[in-house]
Design a protein around this ligand. Sequence first.
Ligand SMILES: Cc1cc2nc3c(=O)[nH]c(=O)nc-3n(C[C@H](O)[C@H](O)[C@H](O)COP(=O)(O)OP(=O)(O)OC[C@H]3O[C@@H](n4cnc5c(N)ncnc54)[C@H](O)[C@@H]3O)c2cc1C
Length: 392
Amino acid sequence: MKPDLFQAPDYYNLDDLLTEEHKMVRDAAREWVKRDVSPIIEEAAQDAKFPKSIIKGLAEIGAFGPYIPEEYGGAGLDQIAYGLIMQEIERGDSGVRSTASVQSSLVMYPIYKYGSEEQRKKYLPKLASGEFMGCFGLTEPDHGSNPSGMVTNFKDKGDHYLLNGAKLWISNSPFADIAVVWAKNEEGRIHGLIVERGMEGFSTPETHNKWSLRASATGELIFDNVKIPKENLLPNKSGLGAPLGCLDSARFGIAWGAIGAAMDCYDTALRYSKERVQFGKPIASFQLQQKKLAEMITEITKAQLLAWRLGVLRNEGKATSAQISMAKRNNVDMALKVAREARQVLGAMGITGDYSIMRHMMNLESVITYEGTHDIHLLITGMDITGIPAFN
Ligand SMILES: Cc1cc2nc3c(=O)[nH]c(=O)nc-3n(C[C@H](O)[C@H](O)[C@H](O)COP(=O)(O)OP(=O)(O)OC[C@H]3O[C@@H](n4cnc5c(N)ncnc54)[C@H](O)[C@@H]3O)c2cc1C
């Protein structure tokens, strides 16, 4: 891969809206990505291997639990700082950002929000430091967009619960030390349970043959009469709203992260277009290429403003789930379109691993599907504005 010459676009001087702390956190993440992610990520993606060497660095830049209070090992930052960290990590690779999102919003967040004080103290500091890695099991082979239909279940056996079922498409599952698993009790109510690697009957086979998020490990969670200690149930929230609350937090991070991938594609295409000469001129001098670049920066700028405003609303505790859906849907779609256009600017070079664009494009095909598909987020907006659910 070529040296990382990334220059972040900021067409509307959005830096003026950030605090000194935001900029410090963002710049530290940016530097780390340049130093520790860019040099290794192409090979990791080509080899379809999660680069475990980056776990320590992710912890050091505060990517594991950015907004979890410091007393539990988190970074104690606000939502905009969290978003900026996700943006910078995904500028490097969506798979690396996925690992950080899962750890922060889908594992640490539910333990912090719905867990007991003992659970917080036991797991959060180790998750924040990367000593423990976690995964989040909601999706099942027959229940993706409709998680309420899940069949994974647990029965009360007096001194323990007995867990049975299977989860599919679980990021980090092949190496995770713990899994936050959503399952129904005997009354059909959804609860979160912390399942630990090594528990008898629990296995995590890896899913191979992905053309997307190749530097992120994805797998199954299989529960065959797994005995779960009663103290591993998350006591403070149940029902579908519990996993959906985690998804709100992760989707917010994705809305920012996707901007990072788009920024990287735009920056690469802009630089290439000024250097590549055809018909005796840099291709940047042709109107058709300028149209592509001008539209890319316009869409990136609009997405930046959307994410920033959503961050303010989140900091004030006012952001709705539907607002988060709109930003996730818009920004990921925007990033995918930017990646496709940017790839064309590079001609044949755009399909190689010498540049990051094709990897971003393939990654974004997962990002537009997970954490609620593009269609489902549109239906959420539709329901929000009409008051009529059109899911079934
Ligand atoms: C790389 C990767 C990592 C993932 N990581 C995780 C993870 O860590 N944890 C986890 O729990 N899950 C994870 N997922 C799963 C992801 O969240 C699901 O794939 C997603 O929710 C969609 O479910 P599905 O794939 O079963 O598609 P389906 O629900 O079968 O949908 C198929 C198509 O039908 C459309 N559709 C469905 N319902 C409707 C409707 N009512 N109206 C109109 N259209 C509809 C969808 O939009 C989609 O286009 C991951 C997925 C991928 C690809």
